[in-house]
Design a binder for this molecule. Structure first.
Ligand SMILES: Nc1ncnc2c1ncn2[C@@H]1O[C@H](COP(=O)(O)OP(=O)(O)OP(=O)(O)O)[C@@H](O)[C@H]1O
Ligand SMILES: [Mg+2]
Length: 259
């Protein structure tokens, strides 16, 4: 048996253009199993574009990706979800008119066995599975700290809980990699602290976390390693403290959109 590589996700030479704009140029990085990896950079640096490439929403122009030992250059988002990549969005994307519970159940359906025919025929196996999905979804809602009635419509949850609900839905797909695009944006200090604790718990459960964040304090306190993008290029990578003191990083933040 070959030993498992310690790399979960490897990006090599990623390039992405929008017309004349090089949103990403030659970005290479690798994320190890079990770490919390931070991706930072000024506004427009290409962070979300990189997420969109990793999760199959955008097609890359150059480069290669290997996830959990399998190479892909472009793959449909639902297949990547099956492979074990889950994400949340910079602008929350929930099913606003579905309940909190239903939102999580949607994520959970990715792993169902009876499939669409069973669900339509509503046979005994499908009904049992549906109950199991609902039970797991309730567990996940508790896990992320949503104690409000689970029948509350997603759009009626406070903002911070909507962000947690997105995380619960992502976790319902049983990911190996959880990619979060600015999960604490718009949160107050208390909400941010408790989200930090949640992310530590998620990592302790064996899930690798990729985190885009502008909150430098959060990145320093949470991430094992950090990469910095600026104008589509990786300008630094390393331990949070090293990156913070890197002159190129300081210049990028002072010269651009300092947060
Ligand atoms: N679909 C698209 N079409 C055209 N240009 C795009 C598209 N998506 C992103 N861009 C451009 O690519 C660049 C990188 O954008 P991206 O959203 O990846 O930045 P970001 O680092 O996530 O910034 P922010 O911190 O503001 O979220 C920007 O100049 C943006 O305008
Ligand atoms: Mg972004």
């Amino acid at each position: 048996m070959t030993p498992r590589s310690d790399t979960l996700l490897e990006l090599t030479g990623i390039g992405k253009h929008f017309g004349g704009l090089a949103a990403l140029s030659d970005v290479s990085l690798h994320i190890r199993h079990g770490e919390i990896y931070g991706l930072i950079g000024p506004n427009g640096a290409g962070k979300t574009t990189l997420f969109n490439i990793i999760t199959g929403l955008y097609q890359l122009d150059e480069g290669a990706i290997t996830f959990d030992g399998t190479a892909y250059s472009h793959c449909k988002p639902h297949l990547l979800a099956h492979a074990g990549i889950a994400r949340t969005f910079q602008n929350i994307r929930l099913f606003a008119n579905m309940t909190a519970l239903e939102n999580v159940m949607v994520g959970r359906h990715l792993r169902t066995r009876t499939g669409i025919w069973g669900a339509l025929l509503r046979n005994a196996a499908a009904r049992a599975e549906e109950r199991a999905i609902a039970r797991r979804a309730r567990e996940l809602l508790h896990y992320v700290g949503i104690e409000r009635p689970h029948q509350t419509l997603a759009k009626h949850l406070p903002y911070g809980e909507q962000r947690r609900l997105e995380i619960a839905r992502a976790l319902a797909t049983e990911p190996k990699l959880l990619a979060l695009d600015e999960p604490v944006a718009g949160m107050n200090a208390t909400e941010t602290e408790s989200l930090k604790a949640l992310l530590q718990t998620i990592r302790a459960s064996g899930i690798t976390v990729l985190l885009i964040e502008h909150d430098v304090k959060l990145i320093l306190g949470l991430c094992d390693r950090v990469a910095v993008l600026d104008y589509g290029k990786k300008i630094a990578e390393g331990l949070p403290e090293e990156v913070r003191q890197n002159p190129a990083v300081i210049a990028a933040y002072l010269g651009g959109a300092a947060e």
